[in-house]
Design a protein around this ligand. Structure first.
Ligand SMILES: O=c1ccn([C@H]2C[C@H](O)[C@@H](COP(=O)(O)OP(=O)(O)OP(=O)(O)O)O2)c(=O)[nH]1
Ligand SMILES: [Mg+2]
Length: 144
């Protein structure tokens, strides 16, 4: 699918790194590096503005390598980019490690997954259908 995008950064567009990747890596667009101290968060700009087709969303997900090596996550993971959003795509990184982490301009900080979604309409009801699960949850089926 084609998605109109404005790239105000000096970096390449988000890109799939392998043939069948689900996520496109997206890069930070920074005038200077951003230091994240332990448990600190920062909204990192990308310089990207997109026009997502109606019926689709873009999910902003963490990169497992950054998470594993440096404890870098996304606070609102997965971030949701709405089809009617015309602002800059930003990524809300958080440093969950006990060491500072420096985000560099051009660094691949997250990945974008384009996904179809439904637009639902609530149908108010007095009762709901019965199921085996019923109201059970939060571990109700046991451990093993
Ligand atoms: O990681 C993110 C999440 C959101 N957005 C942008 C696109 C999205 O369409 C808009 C609103 O996001 P969301 O609905 O998650 O935030 P909100 O707190 O509900 O704000 P709003 O009241 O503007 O919807 O912010 C980003 O750039 N990055
Ligand atoms: Mg919202």
């Amino acid at each position: 699918m084609l998605i109109p995008i404005i790239n105000r950064s000096t970096h390449p567009l988000p890109a799939y790194q392998t043939a069948h990747a689900a996520g496109m890596d997206v890069r930070a667009y920074l005038s200077e590096p951003v230091t994240l101290h332990p448990l600190q968060r920062a909204l990192i700009p990308t310089g990207l503005f997109m026009e997502i087709p109606v019926g689709y969303e873009v999910q902003v997900r963490p990169r497992s390598g950054l998470a594993f090596k440096h404890g870098i996550g996304i606070v609102n993971s997965p971030g949701t980019i709405d089809a009617d959003y015309r602002g800059e795509l930003k990524v809300l990184l958080v440093n969950l490690s006990d060491e500072e982490f420096v985000v560099q301009d051009g660094e691949r900080i997250a990945q974008l997954v384009v996904a179809r979604h439904e637009t639902a309409v609530w149908q108010e009801a007095a009762t709901l259908s019965e199921t085996t699960r019923g109201t059970g949850g939060y571990g109700s089926t046991g451990v093993n």
